[in-house]
Design a protein around this ligand. Structure first.
Ligand SMILES: Nc1ncnc2c1ncn2[C@@H]1O[C@H](COP(=O)(O)OP(=O)(O)OP(=O)(O)O)[C@@H](O)[C@H]1O
Ligand SMILES: [Zn+2]
Length: 720
């Protein structure tokens, strides 16, 4: 007789592509989404209950070690989201769960009880209160009433033990949720017609719908989000705002707190301690926080009364995780909105080509803000041809003159250069040899302040070489400029002017950036030199001149998305100029003044060059007009990488996809690993998924797979 056994399926938090079966505990039924500790290998691991299944009777199952939760840690919709994301990006389910949960929960710590918001006398106080009250009890009772919640912080410290005892006895009750809901302050501005129309449409949205809010820099997109979410907050609902970087959270948190009250708004990001993150996570999950502003992983935050999701700067590549689970938080946010049947808004001045395409196809509703919200005009853009120009530290005379005039008028200058360090390369003046990272196929960057050569890819460091490794000459020189050098040149030219350098070396953390931003806003004439960090979302009222030092970097890259990113960066950086009364101007330094992309960009609008790039993608059969996946392999020996990729090529399901490769990666060597990849192209995502589902089990079974590290990047964003 063939009697089937029941087993329980567990996503164990390890990077293995399989689900594990255990014997169910004798009593109590476990629910999907609960954490358990299970015996695994020689030790134990935390895992997530996926469900019950039947298994053959001849298998002996190990019992589950310990049940960690009384309830699922994520609600059903988010369990589905993790499941979907693991399947779509073909990532091990256990590791996907580990990524979705805060570190302490992943380690098996108990879910903290959320702290009560306040206290009141319970309704049957008359029945439960002791007949004779002590002095402290009397004092406590005088503080409280039945119909009003008194905040925990308002109760004197010496009464707290008495309070706890009273709660246990039942004559005082702890209130977990705030009532009544927020009284939000309306916008201090009178919204213009386009803003008002966007707000009206968003407020009317019911059920799932995706909206692209395309608004030029300074058009008041944030104001639109705030006004669109206000009625939700007033009715007690929750809003999730995803931002690409923690650097952008402080200003947004501050703006939201001013409007909706400090306690209603919180940020969740990687700079917080594990304990702090868990506390915020639990408070949000208990419905105590109404607006949560977070980076990538906040997309998995449980929010019982979620009414709308906002993804700000949706074009930003930081939404895509670059290691481990390669998920796009923006794309999963859309999936989440659909699962929870709520609207989602993607906002940007420079929408990604994917989102533009979705808007054109009618998959997203398109909202546009074509004018700046203040009376300011968008800055004019001028191309500065560099050929034959006299350059000082990479700055042309034209740009230097413009800096001088701007400073003399008491305004601020922002110079953008997306390269940290003093110089991006060190080379031999005699033989031309470039000093390479010994572990990567990339030159070392010179950091003069620390007197170190550093590899920006693997972190390898060394001293300035005593002689050229190739010809032993001592004539080593730096080549090219980084922000450190730019700062130095400017200090010589403008010794009286305050200069801020804003990059990861100068400002280590979020607080340093926030302080710098605040100082800059207070100051008059000043120069800001910075990388990407400076480009995003900041509002500097006194900046009237923006200079882009090295426009051409993005035109030579082998990454097919580089021109799109160049376009977005230039428009975003340019958008920092002339945001208030004083008009702004932007100077683009380039060796390729006739380049059609730059010509089109210099006319000021994002859309025409973006459309041109979309046409190129269509012609080349690249995303968003096709689905793309990368299979990358790494090993210490190149032949192992090639053997695996060639074998992988052989078992591709025919006719579903097209394969190019094996091709060496853009960085052929990184951190000591040889790297190569296959490019898999399909006409659409459905076909791609079909092919990957057939292909992946075979890949894992290849004997050559044991000698390489391999990973799939579905919808790759940054090609490295
Ligand atoms: N209707 C309005 N009238 C006047 N000022 C406004 C209005 N709406 C927004 N502003 C102001 O304009 C400035 C820019 O607004 P906001 O930061 O919302 O723009 P944004 O589109 O999000 O900007 P960016 O994308 O460039 O970072 C802010 O100082 C804001 O207070
Ligand atoms: Zn390196």
């Amino acid at each position: 007789m063939n009697v089937e056994n029941t087993c329980i399926q567990i996503a164990v938090m390890v990077p293995l592509r399989r689900i594990f079966s255990y014997a169910p505990p004798p009593e109590g039924r476990l629910q999907p989404g609960m954490r358990v500790r299970v015996p695994f290998g020689k030790g134990s691991r935390v895992g997530i209950v996926l469900g019950y299944a039947s298994c053959p009777p001849d298998i002996t199952l190990k019992p589950i070690g310990q049940v960690l939760d009384a309830h699922p840690v994520l609600p059903p919709a988010l369990q589905q989201l993790v499941q979907f994301g693991a399947a779509y990006y073909h990532h091990p389910i256990g590791d996907a769960w580990a990524t979705a949960l805060p570190t302490l929960l992943r380690q098996g710590r108990p879910l903290p009880e959320p702290a009560p918001q306040g206290y009141r006398l319970s309704i049957d106080e008359a029945r439960t209160v002791p007949r004779r009250l002590g002095k402290l009890q009397q004092a406590l009772r005088e503080q409280l009433t039945t119909n009003r919640v008194v905040r925990a912080t308002a109760i004197p410290k010496e009464l707290l033990p008495t309070l706890r005892q009273a709660v246990r006895r039942g004559w005082i009750e702890a209130v977990m949720e705030d009532t009544p809901p927020t009284q939000a302050t309306p916008s201090p501005h009178c919204l213009n017609a386009e803003q008002a129309s966007a707000v009206t449409q968003l407020r009317m949205a019911r059920g799932f719908s995706a909206w692209l809010l395309e608004g030029v820099t300074g058009s008041g997109k944030t104001e639109v989000y705030l006004e669109a979410i206000r009625p939700h907050l007033e009715s007690g609902a929750q809003i999730l705002v995803l931002v690409p970087e923690i650097g952008l959270t402080p200003q947004l948190v501050e703006r939201c707190q001013m409007r909706f009250g400090a306690r209603r708004v919180a940020a969740l990001h990687s700079a917080q301690s594990d304990g702090e993150r868990l506390r915020i996570w639990a408070a949000a999950a208990a419905g105590q926080i109404q607006v949560i502003i977070g980076t990538r992983s906040a997309v998995f935050l449980p929010l019982p009364r979620l009414a709308m999701i906002v993804v700000d700067e949706e074009h930003d590549p930081s939404f895509k995780q670059q290691n481990g689970w390669h998920y796009s938080a923006r794309d999963l946010a859309i999936q989440r909105a659909s699962l929870e049947n709520i609207p989602i808004v993607l906002g940007s001045a420079t929408p990604s080509l994917e989102s533009l395409c979705n808007a054109q196809k009618g998959r997203y509703r398109h909202l546009q803000l074509r004018q700046r919200a203040t009376s300011a005009d968008l800055p004019g853009m001028t191309i500065v041809p560099l050929r034959r120009e006299n350059l000082q530290g990479g700055i042309s005379t034209t740009l230097l003159t413009a800096c001088k005039e701007t400073l003399e008028a008491g305004n601020q200058v922002l110079l953008f250069l997306n390269r940290r360090g003093y110089a991006p390369a060190v080379l031999c003046h005699d033989c031309g040899h470039v000093v390479q990272c010994p572990r990567c196929s990339a030159p070392m960057t010179w950091h003069r302040q620390q007197e170190r050569l550093r590899c920006h890819h693997c972190g390898h460091e060394s001293r300035w070489p005593q002689a050229c490794p190739a010809c032993h000459s001592a004539a080593l020189i730096t080549a090219g400029q980084g922000t450190e050098q730019l700062e130095e040149v400017l200090r010589q030219r403008f010794p009286q002017t305050p200069i801020w350098r804003i990059d990861r070396d100068a400002l280590h953390d979020r607080d340093a950036l926030a302080t710098a931003v605040a100082d800059i806003r207070q100051n008059r004439a000043a120069i800001l030199v910075g990388t990407q960090m400076l480009a995003k979302g900041h509002h500097f009222p006194a900046v009237t001149l923006v200079g882009i030092i090295n426009t051409d970097q993005g035109l030579f890259s082998a990454d097919f998305r580089a021109p799109e990113r160049l376009l977005q960066t230039v428009v975003q950086v340019a958008g920092r100029a002339g945001r208030e009364e004083r008009p702004g101007q932007v100077l683009l330094q380039t060796h390729l003044p006739e380049h059609p992309l730059l010509q089109s960009l210099a006319r000021g609008d994002y859309r025409p060059p973006a459309e041109a790039l979309l046409n190129e993608r269509r012609a080349a059969g690249l995303p968003p007009f096709a689905a793309l996946t990368l299979l990358r392999a790494e090993a210490h020996q190149r032949y192992r990488v090639d053997a695996f990729l060639s074998a992988a090529c052989q078992c591709v399901p025919p006719a579903l996809v097209e394969i190019s490769g094996p091709l060496p990666s853009l960085m052929e060597r990184r951190a000591g690993f040889e790297r190569a990849e296959l490019w898999i192209q399909a006409p659409n995502r459905t076909q791609m998924q079909k092919a990957l589902n057939l292909w992946l089990p075979q890949l894992a079974g290849l004997s050559s797979a044991r000698h390489v590290r391999w990973m799939l990047d579905v919808d790759p964003l940054l090609i490295t």
